[in-house]
Every structure is written in structure tokens, then in C-alpha cells.
Ligand binder design. Structure first.
Ligand SMILES: Cc1cc2nc3c(=O)[nH]c(=O)nc-3n(C[C@H](O)[C@H](O)[C@H](O)COP(=O)(O)OP(=O)(O)OC[C@H]3O[C@@H](n4cnc5c(N)ncnc54)[C@H](O)[C@@H]3O)c2cc1C
Length: 446
């Protein structure tokens, strides 16, 4: 049995400045990598032991990729870094007055602290939706969705109740941002090319995929052109797009929209919003809209030696009055830039303000179509955008092994329409579903 009083962080004492990084996502991982040849001790805390490539998470959720092809363990990534220490632990609190971070297994003093804890799903305070909907922010959540989708098809193929079958074959995705659009497109491709062969007894014309968006367009963060194209691609694939529609409630069986319309479904995927993954101890006056206010060098407003980068950071500039978009590039660029500034600070040199270089945005819809907004007001669609999407995602994947697996997987799928990971390895069962829990137990005993 694990006994907390026998655990400690076990970080060696040092005479070098200690940089503590909370979160090894796009921002934290790039910062730690950029500090490689700097004369500091780097301590990285993350509650998981890997860096995940979240833009491909929907592929794990829709049985297109194995989870381990989109993640790389920190210990492998940093095995050749000197004086780098990773601990798999959640940081619960920071105390800027004593320059300490608190974890479940002990405290650690820092000289420089970087908060790179990213964002988490936002259910806007609706506890019922939080309890029953399927968020898509982490690998365990993607695996829950994969199991749930496959279980729905298994159950739909054996139920004798038509209403139950319909509810198992209705899939509602809340939020028509990139995650919602990519999920819906991928699910629609499965319906067309994969599922009829797997479940010959099921009538897939009964399978409905809904994408529901509170705003008036698909892909709200992207251009109108991209949004219209993506909507057309989705509709070509048979996805039902509902704009100006907000989810009001979900009890695990029925989604009710504001306005009263209802859809019976066992699966509501939640991609309708995120908020900062905040940590206790940050002064309230340094927060705005669930994110941490930072100055042009990513220093937390009102604090010294504490920085925030990536999704959690809110840097207001003339060009970005609402902060930078919550996508990977600002996090990557801020991580790299902060490493340079930390080195300048160590040498008592003046720091330089961060400037975001916007490389554009991409979203994929189905197996071979995508939309892209590129700098210079250039908008691409269709196969060319899909090629760009493919190239960018392979390029930024961490590790040669992942690049190879993902590339070969996509080529295999492009030509065969197949997807290889339709496995229910860890069934998804809601804790309060007594019948499902009983069946599962009996299956295991048998
Ligand atoms: C499904 C999905 C699809 C996306 N698609 C795209 C896309 O196509 N293109 C794009 O540019 N962006 C995309 N994004 C957004 C992009 O992934 C984020 O903008 C980016 O990850 C932000 O980087 P970050 O370093 O701020 O946070 P993250 O990459 O989220 O990393 C945060 C890290 O902090 C850790 N952490 C959090 N709290 C604690 C704590 N208290 N203690 C210890 N560790 C902690 C987490 O485990 C995580 O590893 C997508 C995101 C999701 C979820």
C-alpha cells in the first residue's frame, strides 16, 4: 500500500538556479527542451508521464490511432538532459511569498516558476452535463469515447428495443470548433466505410451524427470561408449541423436544447468550451476570464519570478486584445521565447517582449478533406488543405517512431478505408449504471 508519509519529491539540492515547470504540454515541454544547455536545474511536474499531441486525440477517440502513437514519455524525451528532473505528480498550490510549490508528496522551492498547466473542459457550471457527457481533453477521455462508441454498436446489434437502438445510434457532439468538426467527420467516415462491414445486421442509415454549435457558424475561430466549407463537407458526409443551438441539459439519456428540442442519445461528446487549468495560490487580481494575466515577457501580473505560458496565459496586446488563440503555436513559441528570456535574466541582460508569429489554422473534415486559413488571407480547402494538414501534423509529432506509425497508419487508411484499433480494451461503464456493472461482472466471471 502507498503511504504518503514515506514519499518525497527527492529532488537533489543545487547551487544552480532552479526552474520549476508545471505542465509538460506544448509550452512546458518546449521550454524545458530549450533550457537544455543552460546552467540551471530544471524540474518538470506533470500529472501524467507523457507529452500528448492533442490535435490527434480525436483519432484515438474514433479508433484511427493507438494512444501510444500520439504520446511520448517525458523520461524518454529528456533522457540526455543533464540536471533535469521529472516527477509525475499534480501541483496543488503555489506560494509566491515563500517561492514554493506544493504537491501531494511534498513541497519544493523554486528560483523561477513557470505555470504551463494548459486548459480543461468547461461545463459552464452544469454538473449534470459534467457527469454524463464525454469530454475530449486527455488520452483516458479519448479511450472512454472509443469504448463508448464501439459498445454502442455492439449493444445496438443485440437490442430488441427499436427506441433503445435509435438512442444508441444517435451521437451528439456539442461544439463545432476544430475538435467537434474533426470528431464528426471521422465518425461519419466510419459510418460509411467501416461499420457496415463490421455490423452487417445493423442498418446504418439509422445512425445520426449531430454537431451542435451555440454560435452562428461552424469553426468559430476560423474564417467564414473555412467555416462554410467545413459545414458543406460535414453535410456531404451526412452530418446534421445545428447552429445557434445551445445544450441546456443532459441526463445520460436525453439531450435537451435551449428552446426545448430533445434528442435521445447515450453519447454526448463535449467540445463546447475550455477554461484555464488554474492552480491555487495565484492572486485573484492576476486572473481574468479563467486565465492568468501576464506581461509581454510572460511574467504573471503582480508577481516576480513567476511566469505563465500557453493556454493558461492571458497576454493582452494591441493585435491580440483578447489574448492569443488557445492553440499549440502560441504555447510552443512562448516556451521557446521564455527560455531565451530566462537566459537573459541570468546574465542580467534586458529581456525581449514576446511576439506571436501566426502560422494560420487548419481543421480536417473526414478522410481526405480539410480547411486552412493561412497568413495573407489565403484560404485553402479540399485535398490540398488535407495534404497541408497531414504534413503539419506529422512534422510536429514528437519522436520519429510516432511520425512513422501515424504516417503509415494514414496511408493504410487512405487506400483501404480501414482503421485498425476498434478494440474495447477497457469497457466504459458509468459508475452509477448498476445493470452494466452487473453484466460486466458476470462476463468477467464467465
Ligand atoms: C482535442 C484537442 C484538439 C486540439 N486540436 C488542435 C489543433 O488541431 N491545432 C492546434 O494548434 N491546437 C489544438 N488544440 C489545442 C492545443 O492542444 C493547446 O492549445 C495546447 O496544448 C496548449 O499547450 P499548453 O502547453 O498550454 O497546455 P497543454 O498542452 O494542455 O499541457 C498542459 C500540461 O499540464 C499538465 N497539468 C495541468 N495541470 C497540472 C497540475 N496541476 N500539476 C501538474 N501538471 C498539470 C497536463 O497534464 C498537461 O500535460 C487541441 C486541443 C485539444 C484538447
Amino acid at each position: 500500500m502507498l503511504q504518503y508519509d514515506k514519499l518525497s519529491l527527492n529532488i537533489p539540492d543545487t547551487t544552480k538556479p532552479r526552474v520549476v515547470i508545471i505542465g509538460g504540454g506544448f509550452g512546458g515541454m518546449n521550454l524545458a527542451k530549450s533550457l537544455r544547455d543552460t546552467d540551471v536545474q530544471v524540474v518538470l511536474f506533470d500529472r501524467q508521464n507523457y507529452n500528448g499531441f492533442w490535435p490527434l486525440l480525436y483519432q484515438v477517440a474514433t479508433a484511427g490511432l493507438e494512444a501510444d502513437s500520439i504520446a511520448e514519455p517525458f523520461r524518454k524525451m529528456f533522457d540526455d538532459h543533464k540536471d533535469f528532473h521529472f516527477r509525475m505528480v499534480r501541483v496543488n498550490k503555489i506560494d509566491p511569498a515563500t517561492k514554493t510549490v506544493t504537491t501531494l508528496i511534498g513541497d519544493l522551492r523554486y528560483d523561477y516558476l513557470v505555470i504551463a498547466s494548459g486548459s480543461k473542459s468547461n461545463f459552464f457550471g452544469n454538473e449534470q452535463i459534467q457527469k454524463y457527457a464525454f469530454p475530449l481533453k486527455t488520452i483516458p477521455e479519448a479511450l472512454n469515447i472509443r469504448s463508448q462508441l464501439l459498445q454502442c454498436f455492439e449493444q445496438a446489434s443485440i437490442t430488441r428495443d427499436p427506441a433503445e437502438r435509435q438512442s444508441l445510434l444517435n451521437f451528439v457532439i456539442a461544439g463545432a470548433g476544430p475538435t467537434g468538426v474533426e470528431m464528426a467527420g471521422s465518425l461519419a467516415e466510419m459510418r460509411k466505410h467501416v461499420l457496415p462491414a463490421d455490423y452487417p445486421g445493423l442498418d446504418f442509415s439509422q445512425m445520426n451524427i449531430y454537431v451542435v454549435e451555440g454560435l452562428s457558424k461552424v469553426l468559430p475561430p476560423m474564417s467564414d470561408e473555412a467555416g462554410q466549407k467545413a459545414q458543406r463537407y460535414l453535410e456531404d458526409l451526412g452530418v446534421i449541423v445545428k447552429l445557434n443551438t445551445l445544450v441546456d441539459s443532459y441526463d445520460g439519456e436525453t439531450v435537451t436544447f435551449k428552446g426545448g428540442e430533445q434528442i435521445k442519445t447515450q453519447t454526448l461528446v463535449w467540445g463546447a468550451g475550455v477554461t484555464g487549468a488554474l492552480i491555487d495560490g495565484i492572486p485573484a487580481e492576476s486572473l481574468e476570464r479563467g486565465r492568468i494575466l501576464v506581461d509581454p515577457i510572460n511574467r504573471v501580473q503582480g508577481l516576480t519570478d513567476v511566469f505563465a505560458i500557453g493556454d493558461i496565459a492571458f497576454m493582452k496586446t494591441e493585435k491580440w486584445p483578447k489574448g492569443h488563440p488557445g492553440v499549440a503555436q502560441p504555447a510552443i513559441q512562448q516556451g521557446n521565447h521564455l527560455a531565451k528570456n530566462l537566459r537573459r535574466m541570468l546574465k542580467n541582460e534586458p529581456t525581449e517582449p514576446f511576439e506571436y508569429f501566426d502560422k494560420g489554422s487548419l481543421a480536417i473534415v473526414g478522410r481526405s478533406r480539410a480547411v486552412a486559413d493561412l497568413p495573407g488571407n489565403i484560404h485553402l480547402g479540399g485535398f490540398i488543405a488535407w495534404m497541408a494538414w497531414l504534413f503539419v501534423h506529422i512534422w510536429y509529432l514528437v519522436g520519429f517512431r510516432s511520425k512513422l506509425i501515424v504516417f503509415s497508419n494514414w496511408m493504410y487508411r487512405l487506400f483501404t478505408y480501414q482503421r485498425g484499433t476498434r478494440l474495447i480494451i477497457r469497457p466504459f461503464i458509468r459508475k452509477d449504471d448498476k445493470v452494466a456493472n452487473e453484466i460486466m461482472l458476470k462476463n468477467e466471471v464467465a
